[in-house]
Design a protein around this ligand. Structure first.
Ligand code: ACO
Length: 433
């Protein structure tokens, strides 16, 4: 085995198979099994893909054991300051480097240009039943963008990609706000080109035709921070979904719509809503923090301690720390308090000294404190996962682009281990027992 080209030996059925070993820039070893089936008719078995690298990526680095998250090499903590905004981070993720002043201004101008929805798309919000889940609306509207921007669907042209990417990021903010307005039966506001991305989103959410929403700087900064912290997280469930759909050369709008659907699940982005339900149940006296932990530890009970645990982090999720501090800052700036923050702190304290959670290395994840900060911003609970999607969009787009820029990319098509009957006969219905 040479140092330059390390290999691994697989011994199976008396045969020795030499497999190449790849090494990531962080030193992570990966046994390359990509030719294993074609050359030896053997598959690997990893049902939830916990030990499988599905791509090579240079976008986001996560070291779950040490609680490290970096976008294009930049530690997440460095984005926790007023100056970086979501648009810059979107550019960083999608195009690989922080934008120059000109690039940022041009990107911002494109966002402003595309913030309106086609009137007939806007009218469609009136056709969904009031109270519809905003994630359902978001996914459907993303798909429908393909109907309005068919000319940007062809793959392989950078300018068409930029047009499609800018449109979906800019319009997602308008769509997200309209989903909320529809759920409340409120009139739709038009975007204000004088406002920046987050300020405009808050205006679309909260202004009334007769009363402009006054955007506090601390609230706009907090919104920016929430979106930035959610912007990418390497090959999570929704991002992998976007890549799988994209691998079939599905267009960007369709691929991102599938990401929204995956994110909706309570084990993924939907967990922030479950956290709030849990904290509210404790606040309303329905259960105590101790009851919560007991239920979460009971293997006969499907209840989970939502906002705790992560497939990758076996340490504190760095985003959770930043969000907790940001929530405390907003409360102190607004001179308000939220009893749910105290309940969350209490739950965390109990869990972090409970052997069940300690032994399994279950720590607060991004969803544990994000809801409390979003509440402080004034975002209603049914919009939490939508905000997550809004933040994650640049990550999905960056991963989709990275995949399409790789000309050797093939369609993703996993294999299975078949465990059913090998052959059976069709029985006419009258002869069935
Ligand atoms: N509450 C109670 N037990 C838990 C929890 C939890 N929140 N999370 C994991 N466990 C238990 C598992 O049941 C398992 O127990 P076992 O060893 O006795 O079988 C053990 O801890 C290890 O679980 P993992 O294998 O680490 O969990 P997995 O990687 O399959 O799932 C997941 C990760 C889905 C995030 C899980 O921790 C969970 O359900 N958490 C609650 C939901 C949540 O907060 N999701 C948001 C995740 S972050 C995001 O997607 C944005």
């Amino acid at each position: 085995m040479s140092q330059e080209h390390p290999t691994a030996l697989l011994q199976i059925d008396g045969k020795s198979i030499e497999l190449p070993v790849l090494t990531g820039t962080d030193g992570q070893k990966a046994v390359d099994v990509s030719k294993l089936y074609d050359e030896h008719k053997i598959v690997t078995y990893d049902p939830s893909l916990g030990s499988t690298s599905v791509c090579q990526s240079a976008i986001t680095y996560v070291d779950g054991d040490n609680g490290i998250l970096r976008y294009r090499g930049i530690p997440i903590e460095q984005f926790d300051r007023p100056s970086p905004n979501f648009i810059e981070v979107a550019w960083l993720l999608i195009f690989g480097a922080l934008p120059t002043q000109d690039e940022r201004d041009e990107f911002r101008a494109r966002m402003t240009k595309h913030q309106l929805l086609h009137e007939s798309l806007r009218e469609q919000f009136g056709n969904v039943p009031p109270g519809s889940p905003p994630m359902a609306i978001l996914s459907a509207m993303f798909s429908q963008l393909a109907c309005y921007y068919e000319k940007f669907l062809p793959l392989g042209d950078e300018e068409l990609f930029v047009e499609a990417a800018t449109r979906i990021i800019s319009k997602a903010r308008t769509i997200a706000a309209y989903a909320y307005r529809r759920s409340q039966g409120l009139p739709f506001m038009y975007p204000d080109p004088a406002l920046r991305f987050c300020g405009n989103f808050l205006h679309l959410m909260f202004s009334l035709p007769y009363k402009q929403y006054i955007i506090g700087q601390e609230i706009e900064d907090a919104m920016n921070l929430v979106l930035i912290l959610h912007a990418d997280h390497e090959q999570n469930c929704s991002t992998s979904t976007v890549r799988i759909v994209g691998s079939a050369q599905a267009n960007l709008f369709a691929s991102c719509a599938s990401g929204v659907s995956a994110l909706w699940g309570p084990l993924h982005g939907g967990a922030n809503v479950e956290v709030m339900k849990m904290l509210e149940a404790i606040y309303n006296g329905g259960m105590t923090p101790e009851d919560c932990l007991k239920a979460a530890k009971d293997k006969q009970n499907p209840f989970k301690l939502f906002g705790f645990g992560h497939r990758i982090y076996k340490n504190y999720d760095p985003r959770a720390k930043i969000l907790q501090t940001a929530a405390e800052k907003v409360f102190s700036q607004q001179k308000t308090e939220d009893p749910l923050l105290d309940i969350a702190r209490k739950l965390e304290e109990l869990a972090l000294k409970d052997p069940y959670f300690v032994d399994r290395k279950l720590y607060p994840n991004v969803d544990f404190y994000s809801g409390i900060l979003l509440r402080a911003i004034g975002i209603p609970t049914n919009m939490f996962t939508v905000i997550f999607a809004l933040g994650r969009l640049p990550g999905w787009i960056a991963q989709w682009k990275e995949q399409h820029d790789n000309l050797n990319q093939r369609i993703c098509r996993p294999r299975q281990l078949y465990m059913g009957e090998m052959e059976a006969n069709y029985v006419p219905i009258e002869d069935r027992e």
